[in-house]
Design a protein around this ligand. Structure first.
Ligand SMILES: [Zn+2]
Length: 65
């Protein structure tokens, strides 16, 4: 196998791994049902909530001349 083919294979495997991770977190979310945001939870809903919290804490720069 040449270098390009090996790189493509590695990309495919990485993509597959990411999709599997997302699917596992979705399955965990379905399995857990409705639950509050908890520290160690890796379900897709908690991950999205964490992302939202981080987004809200980003401060906009305001300045006056
Ligand atoms: Zn969760």
């Amino acid at each position: 196998m040449n270098r390009k083919a090996i790189l493509k294979q590695e990309q495919k495997e990485a993509c597959k791994m990411i999709i599997e991770m997302i699917e596992a977190s979705m399955a965990l979310s379905v399995q857990k049902g409705k639950h509050p945001l908890s520290k160690g939870c890796n379900c897709i809903v908690c991950a999205d909530r964490r992302k939202l919290i981080l987004k809200e804490t980003e401060t906009d720069w305001h300045y006056r001349l």
